[in-house]
Ligand binder design. Structure first.
Ligand code: CA
Length: 245
């Protein structure tokens, strides 16, 4: 049984680019979105970072000193640690990106410079979402008694307690299970149907609106501003996600 707290960390993005202005711009905007950013100004350093501590996503420029972006991508793909990390390629020349496509290096998306920062952020989000959809939903039983921690929220399964900003927070049994399931699957969108199934276990007289009502109560207890939640996000038309960024 794992007694170490599971610390839910924000998604990490490795930015590989030798133009410092662009690194600065990307870092600023990605951090504002809540991602953790590491940067490398050349391909050799990028590979070192990636293999030491594999990121959740790589933004990779093609024109780089030392090892170019094409070779970086190839080496990321051929190492077990980084083989499935999504790569967003950047290039100032469209012909170069066509070459990337032709080489089938396994980059997941491409953008031509100069790019719009909002467009880039949207692509990054979409790539991470695809990644999260591939991951299986973790059940509460699988987590056993692991303490879960994200930001100022700590959940203690054994004591059936939650603390927010260091203060005990009183949750009902269903609210507790709902939060536990969302935290265990942070970053993943959980549908109302799935939440209903796992938390309510086919109790009679409940439907997906029950989930919405409980999420509303839960937000009032854990969010700084329940009208603008930062922990439990609504994914319109689908369900809810515990933020990981
Ligand atoms: Ca460059």
């Amino acid at each position: 049984m794992n007694k170490e707290p599971i610390k839910i960390k924000p998604r990490r993005i490795l930015v590989v680019e030798d133009e410092e202005d662009i690194v600065g711009l990307l870092t600023f905007h990605l951090e504002k979105e809540g991602y953790q950013v590491q940067s490398a100004l050349d391909g050799a350093v990028a590979l070192q970072h990636a293999f030491n501590n594999p990121p959740d996503l790589v933004i990779l420029d093609i024109m780089l000193p030392e090892v170019d972006g094409l070779e970086v991508c190839r080496r990321l793909r051929s190492n077990k640690l980084t083989a499935s990390v999504p790569v967003l390629m950047l290039s100032a020349r469209k012909e170069e990106l066509d070459k990337v496509l032709g080489l089938e290096l396994g980059a997941d998306d491409y953008m031509v410079k100069p790019f719009g920062i909002r467009e880039l952020i949207a692509r990054v989000r979409a790539m991470l979402r695809r990644l999260e959809q591939k991951e299986d939903v973790v059940d509460i039983e699988q987590a056993e008694e692991s303490i879960l921690q994200f930001g100022e929220i700590v959940l203690y399964p054994e004591r059936h307690q939650v603390s927010v900003r260091g203060e005990a927070c009183s949750l009902t049994h269903k609210e507790f299970l709902l939060l536990q399931l969302l935290m265990l699957n942070s970053g993943k969108v959980l549908t109302r149907e799935l939440l209903l199934d796992k938390v309510w276990d086919y109790e009679v007289e409940v439907d997906t609106r029950t989930v919405d009502v409980h999420v509303r109560y839960l937000r009032q207890k854990i969010e700084d501003d329940p009208a603008n939640p930062t922990y439990i996000e609504t994914v319109r038309g689908v369900g809810y996600r515990f933020a990981r960024r």
